[in-house]
Design a protein around this ligand. Structure first.
Ligand code: F6R
Length: 369
């Protein structure tokens, strides 16, 4: 049933190219138009939206953080992202022209459901991104975009996360399309590049043996830090969450620029620091800054593990371990850079002798507030 894998989690990690492909399937025409009629929102309703909230929990919240970068950049509509358990208790400003995107793998998360109900009471339009057909959250939402990741059995989210990120891109692109931004060069390129993601994820998966070996060597770490900037920041948060929940090791994700404002003080001789490097020089203004951050932590004794695009040579002198991912446009990079972090957490947890699929204190769907 685990398809030859030791854990459901590893099986589900391996299924990610399919999860990404299936979430795109039938939603992009040959001409690069988005076909999302299933979403049940008219073009006019989509055009009327002047503000977006993305509301979710845990890993699904990290997908929301990535959505913000993409949706704001492509559409110029302001996007706020919030954990569901905070959202409704602070009286957020919502009205008919607000789109609230709720993201939930299970469709049953109570915090997210309560946030959705609050948004509806305030007359906002609610769009659910969900993996379980007919579950409560999509049933109560005005519109739904299903992720087609297939059933996820391991408690830790993997393939559903990648599928959620892809669904968020589709939401951004449809909002751009109804506003007539579709023929802007960048959006056209993104539509083409999206179709290459399943292959890119498959390529990352062929290179995971050294990552597993690295994981085995990190199993005794007392704390592990994750750094990223821009879309690499939510990926860092996700890497840290996976590690905490599976390996029970203290881990934190930081925006790399925040390092000097405090967190750098915790770095000690041998502290593993995982860095998600942005697209290389020339394609990201942030690359040089992240290279400096890697140098800074290394100068304080950190053991650096760097995830960087193929061909990025600038990081090589400062990486104690280098994990390569294929080239993608910056905004799409989380779909590939997340994968090694999942494998790393899984391997560290297994080396420590834990049940990767059923971590302590956690449930697959959290139906209490
Ligand atoms: C992490 C994880 C949790 C869920 C969170 C939301 O691996 O599985 O953080 O992401 O409980 O669950 P859903 O997406 O079902 O609402």
């Amino acid at each position: 049933e685990k398809g030859g894998h030791d854990w459901f989690m590893l099986k589900e990690i391996a299924e990610q190219p399919q999860a990404v492909a299936d979430t795109l399937l039938g939603r992009l025409s040959d001409e690069g138009d988005l076909v999302l009629d299933e979403m049940r929102l008219s073009d006019q309703e989509l055009r009327d939206i002047d503000k977006v909230f993305v509301v979710s929990c845990g890993t699904s919240y990290h997908a929301g953080l990535i959505a913000k970068y993409a949706i704001e950049h492509w559409t110029r509509i302001p996007v706020e992202v919030e954990v569901a358990s905070e959202f409704r208790y602070r009286d957020p400003v919502l009205d008919r022209s607000t789109l609230v995107v709720v993201i939930s793998q299970s469709g049953e998360t109570m915090d997210t459901l309560m946030a959705l109900r609050h948004a509806k009471e305030q007359k906002a339009r609610v769009l659910a991104i969900c993996n379980v057909n007919g579950s409560t959250i999509p049933r109560e939402s005005d519109a739904v975009l299903y992720t087609h990741a297939g059933p996820e059995i391991a408690v830790a989210s993997t393939k559903s996360f990648l599928a959620q990120i892809v669904a968020c891109y589709l939401v951004g692109l449809i909002l751009a399309q109804v506003r007539g931004i579709k023929y802007a060069d960048e959006v056209a390129v993104i539509v083409r590049e999206l179709q290459k993601l399943p292959e890119a994820v498959a390529q990352v998966l062929t290179q995971m043996e050294p990552v597993r070996e690295l994981g085995r060597s990190m199993a005794d770490a007392g704390t592990i830090l994750f750094l990223g900037r821009h879309v690499g920041f939510p990926v860092a948060l996700e890497g840290a969450l996976k590690l905490k929940e599976l390996a029970y090791i203290h881990a934190e994700g930081f925006a790399a620029g925040e390092l000097k404002h405090g967190p750098i003080a915790v770095i000690d001789e041998g502290t593993p620091v995982v860095v998600i490097a942005p697209s290389p020089r020339g394609r990201s203004l942030l690359h040089g800054k992240v290279v400096s951050n890697i140098q800074e932590v290394r100068a304080r004794g950190a053991r650096t593990i760097v995830i960087a695009e193929e061909g990025d040579e600038d990081v090589v002198p400062y990486a104690d371990h280098l994990i390569r991912v294929p080239r993608t446009p910056t905004l799409l990079a989380p779909v590939v850079t997340t994968v090694p972090l999942q494998v790393l957490a899984c391997e560290i947890a297994a080396t420590r002798g834990y049940d990767v699929d059923q971590p302590r204190n956690l449930a697959k769907s959290v139906t209490v507030e």
